[in-house]
Design a protein around this ligand. Structure first.
Ligand code: PXL
Length: 281
């Protein structure tokens, strides 16, 4: 079985970061090892949430794993609380990276042209340096703009997206994938760029005109799970995009949905079936 280390916060309530990564990666058949970087009462879209930083635990936990000879097929990072924490995580990656280790970075820090309240531009630049050591990075357009010093635009064309992808690959990442990319009216999806081959790829779904919290984390977790299960990168991204779109649609139809996250639990059986079908191809 493949073993993934995922490093991000645990928001006790909120359906994001570790509380979605752990169930989704497990459901897709890989072992999920978690390194919680902080415990929050809820994610940061609630008022008055509590936070306990755990970044001083990263080094001793990693040292223990080293002493046990533990290795990882992938290291997947998400929301990280501070610049110092990003540096500590970079060291951990360098320490545990082997020949076949996939380093997957989701620089979760903003959306809709803005950084989340806890972050500033210096933090975004620090995340850019983390993306520089990634095999696959999956920022949304907002995050990509902050990391590359590009003007954020509400409306754009494919040339803008291609340029943004090339700037991301200029940070050092092998494959950059932008999420939340709309290449035509009524559609949304992903567009990626593989630096070595110079190949662009894109995948679009019908756009559901509603935004829910945590969908970026769901996308990333499924991409990691699908890739480790044996899908090609393109197919893993397609499965993630389809799963995220389906989950948003199901959530929208639920009159009792919570405001703070999506009903990703409801769509797990579909995900597992689709993964099995995809692996037969
Ligand atoms: O979904 C990204 C995320 C992860 N963790 C925490 C967050 C957010 C987004 O706001 O607040 C604590």
């Amino acid at each position: 079985m493949k073993r993934v280390l995922t490093i991000q916060d645990i928001s006790c309530l909120g359906k994001c970061s570790l509380t979605v990564a752990l169930p989704l990666i497990s459901a897709m058949g890989s072992e999920a090892v978690i390194l919680p970087t902080a415990v929050l009462s809820t994610h940061t879209m609630f008022k008055n949430f509590t936070v306990k930083d755990l970044s001083d635990q990263i080094e001793p936990i990693a040292a223990h794993w080293k002493s046990e000879g533990i290795t990882f097929d992938a290291i997947y990072t998400g929301y990280l609380g501070t610049e110092e924490e990003i540096e500590t995580v970079k060291k951990l990656i360098q320490d545990f990276r082997g020949d076949g280790t996939l380093v997957f970075i989701d620089p979760a820090m903003g959306d809709n042209g803005r950084l989340y309240p806890a972050f500033n531009e210096a933090y975004a630049k620090r995340n850019a340096s983390l993306c520089g050591i990634g095999d696959i990075i999956v920022p949304n357009i907002t995050e990509a703009c902050f990391m590359t010093g590009t003007e954020y635009r509400e409306s754009y064309d494919e040339a803008y997206v291609r340029e943004l992808l090339q700037k991301l690959s200029g940070l050092g990442a092998k494959t950059a994938v932008l999420t939340g990319v709309s290449l035509s009216e009524g559609k949304t999806g992903v567009m990626g760029y593989e630096a070595e081959s110079g190949r662009f790829f894109s995948y679009q779904n019908d756009r559901i005109p509603i935004a829910y919290h945590g969908t970026g984390d769901i996308f990333s977790s499924v991409a990691v799970g699908g890739y480790l299960a044996g899908l090609t990168l393109d197919r893993a991204m397609q499965l993630s995009a389809d799963y995220t779109a389906r989950t948003i649609a199901v959530t929208m139809d639920n009159p009792r949905k919570p405001w703070y996250g999506v009903d990703f639990e409801t769509t797990i059986p579909w995900l597992v079936n689709s993964l099995q079908e995809g692996l037969k191809e």
